[in-house]
Design a protein around this ligand. Structure first.
Ligand SMILES: Nc1ncnc2c1ncn2[C@@H]1O[C@H](COP(=O)(O)OP(=O)(O)OP(=O)(O)O)[C@@H](O)[C@H]1O
Ligand SMILES: Nc1ncnc2c1ncn2[C@@H]1O[C@H](COP(=O)(O)OP(=O)(O)OP(=O)(O)O)[C@@H](O)[C@H]1O
Ligand SMILES: [Mg+2]
Ligand SMILES: [Mg+2]
Lengths: 225, 225
């Protein structure tokens, strides 16, 4: 479902070039559960943004679901993302002025579902991450780990075929982290493809395949498909 | 240096009351290195905000450095914080429109230091957290772990007597986390009092004393002073 070849990403900053990705080749089959590990600054989030069609590579090719992504217009990319991909961002990216449940409903706005059904699905997603009693809180009225869980609930509400989760347990205690990993296992068993970015080996161990990035290159791979 | 007695914090949300702290009593001696552990939502960040004079408790008393904090005006509190306390926030709280080095210089603005000295100290703090080559990047041009390290550098630049760090390694890989913990040990050996909030037992093990919060109450304590 993901076929990336020789991806490079260079940020030009005046007279300095930052090579965030230096030639990454990666294939992910439908239904896989794969973890991307690596040190801070190794290029994990950059790779996820390209895989999720949020950013274009400087070089290389990327085919998602058989479509050559570089040929798609911005609005076509937005459509692909909305129908097909769920995102959990490292910084959560919640809307500050709306409640938890409204934040979770957001991906459903263009889905054609009625207001009642949107609200019901958002509530259900929040219950699944243990936040049934925090639905009307705004992000600033939530703990760090609760904000992270709202971001997780939001990523799942559209029932995406592909989940891209960037450090989804970084702010969670062990027990809550395991509850989230159980949820991911459940969804993966139902067919969801999961790409999980994490710097924690314990969390990476939940995936069936692990890829390690260093300085923008894949330096290791182990596990099975 | 910290003497908190029966602290409570209640958030009133319409017809619902959220009891974030339900009576926390805590004493921290100068030079201690203490970790506060607990599940997501247990009250750790709320406690830190009260200890750091960023928020007032609903009940109980708090004495910092011999001063009854409830008697201080807002500007007196701001002065105490600026001279005495370094903060690493769970969400970093960096200014988006300024560079890493300018973000780190911020606590020095009212210190009476000249521009050159401020800049030198900020550069040095960034070097200590491994970001010498990222000084002019803005937060959006930094990885999550790099943003976290800018927040750590900023907390130390005023050489505070008390460091309050909320999940300072949440976005860092193991090697970088250990580098940060080594830095904290160094500073603690030089006399800095450190209160570290973490949900990771491995990180909490670096402190000499560990306190566990659950549902706004201290339920466990172990270690030495
Ligand atoms: N917009 C940008 N402009 C310049 N450099 C950037 C930009 N975004 C990222 N970088 C740099 O690219 C490198 C890779 O960043 P990336 O966010 O992918 O790392 P990461 O592996 O996700 O790190 P972390 O584990 O800390 O989140 C970093 O060194 C970062 O400073
Ligand atoms: N402004 C607020 N209004 C209402 N409730 C709040 C507010 N701030 C925090 N809370 C609630 O208080 C409780 C404690 O929050 P706190 O941020 O202290 O938790 P925490 O232990 O730091 O959690 P985490 O490990 O997830 O960061 C949470 O249940 C949260 O929903
Ligand atoms: Mg990242
Ligand atoms: Mg917190």
């Amino acid at each position: 479902v993901i076929s990336a070849r020789d991806l490079t990403k260079v940020y030009h900053m005046g007279d300095v070039d930052v090579h965030a990705l230096r030639g990454v080749t990666l294939e992910v089959q439908a239904g896989e559960f794969i973890a991307i590990l690596g040190a801070s600054g190794s290029g994990k989030s950059t790779l996820m943004h390209i895989i999720g069609c949020l950013d274009r590579p400087s070089g290389g090719e990327y085919v998602l679901n058989g479509e050559q992504v570089s040929h798609l217009s911005r609005s076509a990319l937005a459509g692909v993302r909305n129908r097909f991909i769920g995102f959990v961002f490292q910084g959560f990216n919640l809307l500050a002025r709306t409640s938890a449940v409204e934040n979770v409903e957001l991906p459903l706005i263009y889905s054609g579902l009625g207001t009642q059904e949107r609200h019901r699905r958002a509530r259900e997603a929040l219950e699944r991450v243990g936040l049934a009693d925090r639905m009307d809180h705004h992000p600033s009225q939530l703990s760090g780990g609760q904000q992270q869980r709202v971001a997780i609930a939001r990523s799942l509400v559209n029932k995406p075929a592909l989940l891209l989760a960037d450090e989804p347990t970084g702010n969670l205690d062990t027990k809550t982290s395991l509850e989230i990993m159980d949820l991911f296992h459940e969804l993966n068993a139902e067919g969801m493809t999961i790409v999980l970015i994490t710097h924690e080996a314990d969390i990476g161990a939940h995936a069936r395949r692990r890829i390690t990035l260093r300085d923008g290159l894949i330096v290791g791979e182990e596990g099975t498909r």
